[in-house]
Design a protein around this ligand. Structure first.
Ligand code: ADP
Ligand code: MG
Length: 442
């Protein structure tokens, strides 16, 4: 039965797909109506479930002649890097609560001006735990926080196997506490987090916003660890000050050590990151394709990776090299471009150039004539030419909804009444934007 299932699956897939994704795929258990598969990597598991779930279902139905459910388990194997090393067996394995993603190491992290500080402090923390305590890493979604904090975990895992390292998300921290309360085991929970670890890597702490009970628990855990010189690393999508409704005492704890921000990568860094991601998938994409994708997804590297994987999959399944045109089509970059090039940077940039004002002025409250003019024209264009909603325009220009609505209406009236000056200004801004867009790599 086992062979039959595997063979049948294999026959439905292109050889390269099989090799890339099913390399560690195996069957752990077969029941009359349930099959448990196993893979060696958490991320492959997620990918298989998402992309090949229905194919696996279909195959099982064929082989068994009826519906058979399945699950894919993840059995961590030692990462290749570690198995190469001859580590003394007597050394204890550090405790890693959540399995770390083997890819998220310092070696695989591309350093650029946007993340230099966060990277160096993380590395320093990994080399000298306790030195910068706590380390608070923050930055927008998908900019590499989890990567860095897990890299610290990997580094310690490899170099300081005696240290007890715990990586976990704040959600998990909360769930474990809730669980322990249900089972009447809060004492054990406390014991474990306060006394049985040397390094706490706590991800996504913004998850605890508004959850005051768990904040109190974290506060005491924090103090206990801190006072015994144990390293704490906290990640968040915003800076400590902006953790609304967080207990002040916790916020001030977060600020006691080093606070490091990760910014959006610039074009070149993003290209290097894209390159690295493709290389880690063991394959290649054309350079102009990489540049195109990197430029469009620089504000969220998780989406960047998703886009690259999509192209890689296409390339593997179709056996055809993806070029810029194909990539544009597959990722509908054209529509992305329309959205992305507009609001924030490009439109404001155009206004500054055409009206000779600064970004601060346009987005500020000043009432100087040229500035007001630039702002009004900008709102009009954002709404009428780029299709932003009034709410989006209001956000972009930092104004109230009624103000924006009123302003745009005024400009519309001027245009309709044939006001040449206003019309010229609008045309100039649009021309500037279109020239800019057509000069870009797409
Ligand atoms: P965050 O936790 O900030 O939301 P992640 O750490 O999950 O973001 O990063 C999103 C994706 O981008 C991951 O696949 C990660 O490996 C990758 N990534 C982010 N920054 C870098 C970098 N500097 N070099 C290489 N890969 C990166
Ligand atoms: Mg994260």
């Amino acid at each position: 039965m086992r062979e039959k299932i595997i063979e049948s699956l294999k026959s439905k897939l292109n050889r390269r797909v099989w090799e890339s994704w099913f390399g560690t795929f195996d069957i752990k258990e077969i029941d009359t109506d349930h099959v448990v598969f196993q893979v060696g990597n958490l991320f492959i598991r997620d990918w298989l479930e998402k992309k090949y779930g229905s194919l696996i279902s279909k195959t099982l139905r064929e082989v068994f002649g009826k519906h058979v459910s399945f699950q894919i388990d993840y059995a961590p194997t030692q990462s290749q890097e570690e198995s190469k090393q001859d580590e003394p067996l007597v050394k204890k394995r550090p405790l890693v609560l959540t399995p770390l993603n083997p890819i998220l190491t310092f070696e695989n992290f591309v350093v650029g001006p946007n993340n230099m500080f966060a990277y160096s402090t993380s590395l320093e923390v990994a080399k000298n735990p306790g030195k910068y305590n706590p380390l608070f890493l923050y930055g927008g979604v998908g900019l590499g926080k989890t990567h860095l904090v897990q890299a610290i975990g990997h580094y310690l895992f490899k170099n300081e196997p005696d240290l007890r390292v715990i990586y976990l998300t704040s959600e998990r921290f909360l769930n474990e506490l809730v669980d322990s309360i249900k089972k009447n085991k809060v004492q054990e929970f406390r014991e474990r987090f306060r006394n049985k670890i040397d390094i706490l890597l706590l991800d996504d702490v913004q998850f605890l916003i508004g959850k005051s009970g768990i904040q109190t628990e974290l506060f005491h855990t924090f103090n206990e660890l801190y006072n015994s010189g144990k390293q704490i690393v906290v990640c968040s999508d915003r800076d400590p000050q902006q953790l609304e409704k967080f207990q002040d005492r916790l916020i001030s704890r977060f600020q006691m050590g080093v606070v490091a921000k990760i910014e959006k990568p610039d074009e070149e860094t993003c290209f290097k990151i894209a390159n690295k991601m493709v290389q880690l998938e063991g394959t290649q994409l054309k350079e102009d394709v990489l540049r195109l994708v990197a430029n469009h997804f620089s504000d969220n590297l998780r989406r960047l990776r998703g886009a690259l994987i999509k192209l890689i999959m296409y390339q593997q399944i179709s056996n055809e090299i993806v070029d810029v045109q194909k990539a544009t089509e597959l990722l509908s970059v054209a529509s992305l471009q329309a959205k992305k090039t507009l609001p924030e940077e490009k439109l404001i940039d155009a206004l500054c150039k055409i009206f000779g004002v600064t970004q601060q002025e346009v987005l500020g409250k000043g009432r100087k004539q040229t500035v007001t003019n630039a702002r009004q024209i900008g709102m009009f264009i954002a709404k009428n030419h780029f299709g932003l909603s009034l709410r989006q325009v209001a956000e972009l220009f930092n104004r109230s909804h009624p103000t924006v609505s009123h302003t745009i209406q005024k400009v519309e009236e001027l245009v309709v009444s044939g006001n040449i000056a206003v019309k010229n200004q609008i045309d100039q801004v649009i021309k500037y934007l279109t020239d800019k867009v057509s000069n870009q790599s797409v």
